[in-house]
Design a binder for this molecule. Structure first.
Ligand SMILES: N[C@@H](CCC(=O)N[C@@H](CS)C(=O)NCC(=O)O)C(=O)O
Length: 217
């Protein structure tokens, strides 16, 4: 059965591949599971029909038979648990890979998102300029810690896993590139993730929606 995911009808990031359906597409591409995409407008996301799938009126969602899921991390975990290739077989290694999934979304992504909010939403406030260095300091702390742990390894814990998939999606993007440049091993880490054929297929599929080349992934 082909799962159906939802994605933005229009790109808010001008095709950088940052919308979170990218994580789901990438996971599906890594495990070789074909999927369909239902495109939603910003208005439609807030309608009851979409909110029945996603209580917060966002993308991505994931439907597979009777199952409907929201939250990109939960969707990637579901895909990784149902298919080989994104989580190790060994129980302890699997638990550690899942810990990295949580670390990406729960520890590294929040300060990065805070910076997006500080710039885009709060940028015109009188205190915005004073706050930004504090926000960026918190990102640097996390990146320094992550960089230290990664060292010269290719991936966070052995083979590429769903933990790396989420971490790379959290770190990538033009607006993060400046801060990331201070940690060359993280720059290389993101580049390694982006060089994976499954990433490229996912990226191209999302981009194709925005450039009008293809309606589905
Ligand atoms: N924690 C959620 C966040 C979902 C999210 O923020 N989605 C964005 C797109 S990347 C969205 O739908 N934004 C539109 C809105 O919130 O109205 C996840 O990881 O799935």
């Amino acid at each position: 059965m082909r799962p159906i995911i939802t994605a933005f009808e229009h790109s808010p990031d001008r095709g950088q591949g940052l919308a979170r359906d990218m994580r789901v597409r990438w996971a599906l591409e890594e495990v070789g599971q074909p999927y369909d995409v239902r495109l939603v407008s910003f208005a439609a996301m807030k309608e009851p029909a979409h909110r029945a799938l996603h209580p917060f009126g966002q993308i991505p969602t994931y439907e597979e038979g009777d199952l409907a899921l929201f939250e990109s991390g939960a969707i990637v975990l579901h895909i990784a648990q149902r298919h080989a290739g994104l989580l190790p077989d060994d129980a302890n290694a699997r638990a550690r890979a899942i810990a990295w999934m949580f670390a990406a979304l729960n520890t590294v992504e929040p300060p990065i998102l805070d910076r997006v909010i500080a710039k885009l939403v709060e940028g015109d406030k009188s205190w915005a300029e004073e706050r930004l260095p504090l926000v960026e300091g918190r990102i640097r702390d996390r990146l320094a810690e992550l960089s230290g742990r990664l060292g010269d390894a290719d991936w966070l814990d052995g083979a590429f896993s769903a933990g790396d998939l989420l971490m790379v999606t959290v770190l990538r993007g033009k607006s993060r590139a400046g801060l990331l440049r201070e940690y060359p091993n993280l720059v290389d880490y993101v580049a390694r993730g982006e060089a994976r054929p499954a990433f490229k297929r996912a990226f191209d599929a999302q981009l194709a929606v925005f450039t009008g080349n293809s309606p589905t992934g």
